[in-house]
Ligand binder design. Structure first.
Ligand SMILES: [Zn+2]
Ligand SMILES: [Zn+2]
Length: 242
């Protein structure tokens, strides 16, 4: 095994999953790239996970909520967390995983998800579910990047992953290409629960790569609630800054 690893490192040296710099370990992020990524850490809203700008009224270590979450009467999500901010520095990590066939990066990225989900794991969820992609897009791309992240997360947490209960029944246009009303209509009935028996009474963590407007996650959460989910959490690699 070690001889094989040595040989593999000679012909195919391990590289940083963001910039491609040669590293001593396989599937890592180099120190330079790591420093440039804006990781999300406390203080943040306990519910939506939005990071608070540091200030005198922000107590570290205390459970706090943002104004929006305090005002909201009904919460779709018990808790939402993301590993880092989606910006020019972190974009490549997502694009490599999503479009450039760099599926080897999924395990490292799942490690970041695992750390970001610390508060969620304490709630002892029953199931992790990837945001599904439509079967036609699956044929075209050959894999669902969120399902890949789920696979490694399931290994790390010991929590079961379910890839079948929630499906995307409509092949929608990417949300970023739309605005306002078109965005809301685009996702109408896009998702469906086909195995409600897997969902009923369960505490579910939804996994996705990026959350921009949050509307995709919201639509998934709505159908999971309808199917009787006990609680829903979301965990994404990146989120846009508001
Ligand atoms: Zn790098
Ligand atoms: Zn909040």
């Amino acid at each position: 095994m070690r001889i094989w690893q040595h040989f593999l490192n000679m012909i195919l040296p391990p590289r940083c999953i963001k910039c491609g710099q040669v590293l001593s370990e396989r599937n890592g992020i180099c120190a330079d790239c790591f420093a440039k990524i804006t990781f999300i850490s406390a203080p943040l809203c306990h519910c939506c996970g939005r990071p608070f700008a540091g200030g005198a009224d922000v107590k570290f270590g205390a459970v706090q909520y943002c104004g929006e979450c305090l005002r909201r009467k009904k919460r779709l999500f018990m808790m939402q967390r993301s590993a880092f901010i989606y910006n020019d520095e972190s974009k490549d990590l997502i694009l490599n995983l999503k479009f450039r066939d760099r599926t080897g990066t999924a395990e490292t990225l799942a490690g970041l998800l695992y750390a970001a989900g610390n508060d969620i794991w304490k709630e002892k969820p029953d199931l992790i579910i990837p945001v599904p992609i439509h079967r036609l897009r699956l044929l075209q791309r050959r894999y669902n990047q969120s399902a890949l992240l789920c696979k490694y997360l399931a290994q790390k947490t010991g929590i079961a992953a379910d890839y079948a209960a929630l499906v995307r029944q409509r092949n929608t246009v990417p949300q970023v290409q739309l605005s306002g009303t078109a965005r809301r209509n685009n996702l109408k009935q896009a998702f469906a629960v086909v195995y409600p028996q897997n969902i009923k009474g369960r505490k579910i963590v939804l996994i996705d790569d990026v959350s921009t407007t949050g509307s995709t996650l919201n639509e998934c959460a709505k159908v999971l609630h309808k199917a009787g989910a006990a609680a829903i959490y979301s965990l994404t690699l990146a989120r846009t800054e508001d």
